[in-house]
Design a binder for this molecule. Sequence first.
Ligand code: MTE
Length: 315
Amino acid sequence: MTRHDLPSSEITPESAYLDRRRFIAAAGLAGAGLLAAGSLARGAFASGPTPQQKSLGTPYGLQPGDDPTAEEDVTSYNNFYEFGTGKGDPVENAQGFVTKPWTVKVEGLVKKPGNYQLEDFLKPSKVEDRIYRMRCVEAWSMVIPWRGIMLADVLKRAEPTAGAKFVEFTTLMDPKRMPGQRYPALDWPYNEGLRLDEAMHPLTLLATGVYGKELPPQNGAPLRLVVPWKYGFKGIKSIVRIRLTEKMPSTSWSIANPGEYGFYANVNPQVDHPRWSQATEQRIGRFRRIPTLMFNGYADQVGSLYSGMDLRRNY
Ligand code: MTE
C-alpha cells in the first residue's frame, strides 16, 4: 500500500517477483525449504492435519488446501513502513533492529495499569502455536504458523473498567532505529485499534514468534497483533503501548485515507476496496487466485460479533 494510490496492478509484478526469486531458489540449495512446503501441501487434509501441521501448531479455521506458506516468503515479503514501503524493504532494513530490552505499557481505562519489561509482560500467559489464514487488503494472502499469547489474557489481567469499549495499540516511535519514520509515509507512530469484544476474542493473538522461532524484525518483533479475520493492516507490529479507551481510536491507515481503510477492516469478499475487488486473492506461493471467504474463513467463530451491523458502512 502506498499512502494515496496502490494500483491493483501492483499485485502482478509482486507475484512475478516472488516467482522469479522462487525460480532462483529452486535452482540452488535454498530449494529444499520449498520442497518441504510442497510435501505439506500434498498431505493437507487428506485425513486431518498432517504431522507437520501439528508440529507447527493446532490448525484454527483452516480450509482444505491451506498449507503453511513457505517460511522464506513469510519472512521476506512484508509490509512494515517503518523500514520502507517496498515488500522487500523490511527484511533488508530491519536487520539489526534491537528489541532487547523492550517495554510494554498497559494504560487507560484499566484497574491495573503497568509498564512492563517484555519478559514480565509475557510470563504469566500460556504460549501457543496456531496456524492462521492471513489476508492482506491488497488481495494477497498467506497461511502463517504463529506463536503467541491470547490478547484476552493480558487484558483480563489489567482489569478493564466498565467504561472501556476499545483497545488502542501503538508501535515504537524511534526514527533513529526505524528509518521509515523520517518520511511522512504514514501518521507516525503507527496506530491501530480493536473493539473490546474483538480484542477479547480467543482467536486474537499477540504474537512473539513465527515458524517456531522468535519473530524476526521484519515480521514485527518482539510483539505484534494477529487478528486473522481482518485485513493485515490491523496486525500492528513492534507494539509498545496498549491503551483501553472509551472512544474509537484513530488508526494510521484511516487517517491516511478514510475512504479506503476503515476501522473494522473485516475481510469481506462482498465489499470491494474502492480501487479493486476483494472477491478473490492471490495466495503467495500458489498459482491460481482463490475465492476470498467471509471473515477470511472465520465466520463461524466471529460472525456474531457483527450481527445487525451494516458491514458496507462499517468497512
Ligand atoms: N505495523 C506497523 N507498525 N507498520 C506497518 O507498516 N503494516 C501492516 C501490518 N502491521 C504495518 C504494520 C500491514 S499493511 C500488513 S499486511 C501486515 O503488517 C504485514 O505483516 P507481515 O509482514 O508479518 O506479513
